[in-house]
Every structure is written in structure tokens, then in C-alpha cells.
Write a protein that binds this ligand. Structure first.
Ligand code: B12
Length: 227
């Protein structure tokens, strides 16, 4: 049954069961992981997009919700991200082959001075999973890096991430430069110390607590013809 394999994949992502070899979590030892199950699902003819939307993204959503509620910790988030990554490796060729069409390009980076990239990487996976092509600037990206990437053309949105109360202050000048040279690009900001009011203060178009919210925001923009 399609729904069985999808819910098994979802469990593997949310519990951080990467593949059959992985010994974590101990109660799933020896069982197939996200990697094998995703492979099986693809081979049985389930569309890559369905696996993404109904298993992988919901799996990471569970992780994000539990992390925010303090029910799991950073190592749990990291192992779940690893499981997601292993499944995404199998899904990616379907994007590249055009089987699943990209909705547009989005630039992501943690802002100047900030090396915390776990949240940004989760955002990347979620948006990629949702059909967006990501230009990943990595960590410690200043205005110049963002502007150079925007120069590659046809970028719909830019996502800035910061985890430090000091580095979040670098978002304002970066957002200002983007506005000046690329007024049509949407600016999304996120990271633990941020808030809606801070986002408004620096003129960002969107602030989200979770990658899923950012995905919904972008998809809505497409539906309402902003792009
Ligand atoms: C892991 C970690 C590190 C790792 C980072 C490894 C890595 N590759 O990311 C290391 C060890 C390198 C590190 C270093 C430091 N850290 Co640190 N670190 C953390 C820790 C434990 C977890 C952060 C994390 O990954 N959270 C999990 C992710 C999933 O959450 P997230 O990033 O918020 O992302 C979510 C959302 O915010 C959202 N999101 C994120 N970005 C975006 C962007 C957009 C556009 C959208 C829509 C959404 C979105 O989506 C994500 C998923 O839901 C926190 C404490 C904590 N428990 O939070 C401290 C913490 C962030 N670190 C802190 C500090 C002080 C430091 C250091 C200065 C320590 C030092 N003295 O050297 C250095 C600074 C390094 C630097 N220049 O950046 C402080 C920050 C305090 C402050 N008020 O600024 C914290 C809060 C710890 C503390 N309680 O003091 N750190």
C-alpha cells in the first residue's frame, strides 16, 4: 500500500533512521531506513513529488515541531536532517531531469559573522523538497555575496538566517542593499532570535519560525501571481 510506505518513510525521517546499517534509533536497528524505503517507493512507481510532499516534508515538520516544543534536542535534529538528506539524494535526479519542475530560484545564507547553519540547511531541504531551486551561499555571507548571487538572474527570493543577537543586526544592511539593487526579490528572514517586528523594522517581506512557513509563503506568492 502506498500510504504504508509513505508513513514508514515519515517515521524514519522524524526518528532519524537513516538507512538499514544505522544502529540509531536502537528500537529500529536492522530495519530499513529512509534511504532504502525511498528507493523502494520510487522503484514501485510512486512519484518523487508525492514522496516529498507526503513523507519527507511531513517527517521534518514533526522534527521542527518537537524541537520547538523542547521535546527533542539538537543531535536529534541533526540525525533527522541526515535521514532527510539521504532520501533527498535519491529524489534529486527527478528534479534535475525535469520530472518535477522547479518553481524558481531562492538564495539562502547565514548572514555575516554567523556560522550556525543547521536551521538554514533544514530550510534548504524543505524548499528543495517543495520544488524550489536553491543557491546556497553557506555561512557568513555579507551583502556582496548576496548581490553577486542575485546577479545570476531570475532569483525570486532571498532567505537570510541568523542565530546570534549580534549577527541578526547584520540583516538590516544586507536587506537594504538587496532592496536597492534588486527591488523585486522577496526578502525572507528567520532564526531563533528574530521576531515579526524585527523583520518589519528591517523591511523584510516575510519572517517565519519554520521552513514550512517559508515554503507556504513562496507557494502562495506563486499562486497569487507575484512571480
Ligand atoms: C549548534 C550551535 C552552535 C554550533 C553551530 C553548528 C552549526 N553548523 O550550525 C557551534 C558550536 C559552531 C556554535 C557556535 C557559537 N554559538 Co551557538 N548554538 C548552537 C545551538 C546549541 C543550536 C542552534 C541550532 O542549530 N538550533 C537548531 C536549528 C534547527 O534551529 P534554528 O537555527 O533556529 O532554525 C530553525 C528556525 O529558526 C528556522 N529558520 C532558521 N533560519 C531561517 C531562515 C528563514 C528565512 C526562515 C523562514 C526560517 C529560518 O528554521 C529552522 C528549523 O525550524 C544554540 C542553542 C540552542 N539550543 O538553540 C547555540 C546558540 C545559538 N549559540 C550561541 C553562541 C553564543 C555561540 C558562540 C558565540 C559561542 C562562542 N562563544 O564561541 C559561537 C558563535 C559562532 C558564530 N560566529 O556563529 C548562543 C547565542 C546567544 C545569543 N543570544 O546570541 C546560543 C543560543 C547558545 C546560548 N544559549 O547561549 N553554536
Amino acid at each position: 500500500m502506498i500510504t504504508d510506505i509513505l508513513s514508514q518513510i515519515k517515521i524514519c525521517i522524524s526518528r532519524g533512521k537513516v538507512d538499514q546499517k544505522s544502529t540509531y534509533p536502537s528500537d529500529l536497528k536492522g530495519q530499513k531506513g529512509a534511504y532504502e524505503l525511498t528507493d523502494e517507493a520510487l522503484n514501485s512507481g510512486i512519484h518523487a513529488k508525492i514522496i516529498l510532499n507526503e513523507a519527507l516534508i511531513p517527517g521534518m515538520e514533526i522534527v521542527g515541531n518537537k524541537f520547538r516544543a523542547g521535546q527533542i534536542y539538537v543531535p536529534d535534529v541533526l540525525i533527522a536532517a541526515k535521514a532527510m538528506k539521504s532520501a533527498m539524494e535519491l529524489i534529486k535526479p527527478y528534479f534535475i531531469s525535469g520530472d518535477v519542475k522547479y518553481r524558481g530560484k531562492v538564495i539562502l545564507g547565514t548572514v555575516a559573522g554567523d556560522l550556525h547553519d543547521i536551521g538554514k540547511n533544514l530550510l534548504k531541504m524543505t524548499l528543495e523538497g517543495g520544488g524550489w531551486e536553491i543557491i546556497d551561499l553557506g555561512v557568513d555571507a555579507g551583502a556582496e555575496k548576496f548581490l553577486t548571487a542575485l546577479g545570476s538572474g531570475d532569483v525570486k527570493a532571498v532567505g537570510l538566517s541568523a542565530l546570534l543577537t549580534t549577527t541578526m543586526l547584520n540583516m538590516g544592511p544586507i536587506a537594504e542593499s538587496i532592496r536597492k539593487f534588486y527591488p523585486d526579490a522577496l526578502i525572507m528572514v528567520g532564526g531563533a532570535p528574530l521576531s515579526d517586528s524585527f523583520a518589519q523594522e528591517i523591511g523584510a517581506d516575510f519572517y517565519g519560525e519554520s521552513p514550512q512557513e517559508a515554503l507556504e509563503f513562496l507557494n502562495e506568492k506563486i499562486e497569487f501571481g507575484k512571480f
